[in-house]
Design a protein around this ligand. Sequence first.
Ligand code: ATP
Ligand code: LTN
Length: 334
Amino acid sequence: MKPTVFSGVQPSGIPTIGNYIGAMKGFVDLQDDYDTTYCIVNQHAITVYQDPKTLSQSTRMIAALYVAIGLDPNKSIIFIQSDVPAHAQAAWLVLCQTGLGELERMTQFKDKAQKQELVSAGLLSYPALMVADIVLYDAQYIPVGEDQKQHLELTRNFVDRFNNRYGKDLLVKPEPMIPSSGGRILSLQDPTSKMSKSDVNTRGFISMLDEPKTIIKKIKSAVTDSVGEVNYDKENQAAISNLLDIYSALSGRSIDDLVNEYHSAGYGKFKSDVADQVVAVLEPIQQKYYRLIDNQELTDILIDGAKAANETATRTLSRMERAIGLTYKPSLYV
Ligand code: ATP
Ligand code: LTN
């Protein structure tokens, strides 16, 4: 039996090259050697307000992008979270075994709460839903960007607590898989914060559906520094190091190799080659995306995915419910 992998992307906007490099690219690489399940986590997205029409369009868009980057429905289960009711049901079980303090400590909650007029209880509870996503599929490995490390730690603690209370080995304890470089791609405009698809400053990110001319413009106008030499130095040259991470992840070339080539080439030449590399990777993905987005083929993939996911998730949910004591004997009622 192959080891199991689970991950998800929120339909909270168009994924950026940060999402692609930090997580989605890895999804594809794992398909052959792992038993892979990838979710479009739309119930996570509604922890902050989403326009209903945009949310349903974005949900389908993430699904199309999954397939366009190379996820193969014959190898991976691809499904929409809200098509599998066990996620919300299991999240309740997780919430009842999670400390309020644990949730309040999550840095993503603190960051996001600051930006909201209404801080929903869902925003605070969100990691419990993520725990549910993971444990329902007995997932061993979770490919994610660095920002999810804390949520994975919470998941691991939850599994220990659950197994201690209710029975050894009931749930599988997952491990994060974070890329050694590219796990945290930074904003092109502010290299102190991560590139985010919901950034109000659209020049800070490159979305996976940006046109080539937009990509070139955004990279040309990315902030740099006054050093004038290309070095990999995250402390003193964060913006240039970020472009090196992007270039390296998308070309497969090592950082050392790139630094050797571009050290004295000038920022203009360096940026122009980074932009060409981004376009070269995104163009074929975009072509496949536009072929798929309005195609019945995509709907069929999601229907099949939901069926397969429901089977596994329902089974694990029952296991959890039985362990907790949420069962009754129908014979008592007749
Ligand atoms: P938002 O920006 O709307 O808060 P997000 O992009 O952080 O959303 P997701 O869509 O759920 O959140 O992220 C999908 C995956 O992409 C996660 O594994 C996350 O860790 C990863 N990821 C997100 N941003 C980056 C980034 N800047 N660099 C590397 N990986 C990232
Ligand atoms: N919380 C993640 C998205 C996410 C996820 C998951 C990732 C939801 N459920 C399960 C891995 C496994 C985020 O905000 N990036």
